[in-house]
Design a protein around this ligand. Structure first.
Ligand SMILES: [Zn+2]
Length: 168
């Protein structure tokens, strides 16, 4: 078993986006971050090169997700208290007394309950897992993703792709 580690800051796994943490006293307004995505993958080495996973493959997969979010306003489709309505090419949304309209092309709506670093970490972990599974990887035990809101603060989520008991 071995763990691969990609540092988002140095490996270029980044995106710059705006978000709103609805209801939060200071983060409840539209603001942005330069996000860095750290990825750790734990699994068995295999194949011709005895890799857990080729770094190039992981980077491609993570960059695809970053590109979808980059330079957009990220909105949580599954937020319980945000009302959305698509009016032609404009998205209208409302949280309590706050109403917004924005061109739909400037927005990415994600199927998550909020756009905190915590929920984004979970979203990235699930998406990366799906993509690696689709690419045929079956040697991976867990994937861990940290979403850093700038340098020095982030949320980390780990997803097990299969059961694992520590070797003794
Ligand atoms: Zn924020």
């Amino acid at each position: 078993m071995m763990m691969l580690e990609l540092n988002g800051l140095h490996a270029g796994l980044r995106f710059s986006s705006a978000h709103i943490v609805f209801g939060h006293p200071s983060c409840g307004v539209i603001h942005g971050h330069s996000y860095y995505v750290d990825v750790r993958i734990f699994g068995e080495r295999c194949g011709e090169f005895n890799f857990v996973c080729d770094f190039k493959t992981i980077k491609t997969v993570v960059k695809e997700i970053c590109e979808k979010l980059d330079h957009k306003l990220i909105l949580p489709k599954n937020h319980e208290k945000v009302y959305y309505e698509l009016k032609d090419k404009t998205l209208y949304f409302k949280y309590k007394y706050k109403e917004y309209t924005i061109p739909v092309e400037d927005v990415i709506l994600l199927p998550i309950p909020s756009t905190t670093a915590e929920d984004l970490a979970k979203y990235f972990t699930n998406e990366i897992s799906k993509k690696l599974k689709n690419l045929g990887f079956s040697n991976i035990i867990w994937i861990e993703v940290s979403i850093n809101e700038g340098i020095g603060q982030g949320a980390c989520y780990r997803k097990y792709l299969k059961e694992y008991t520590e070797e003794r």
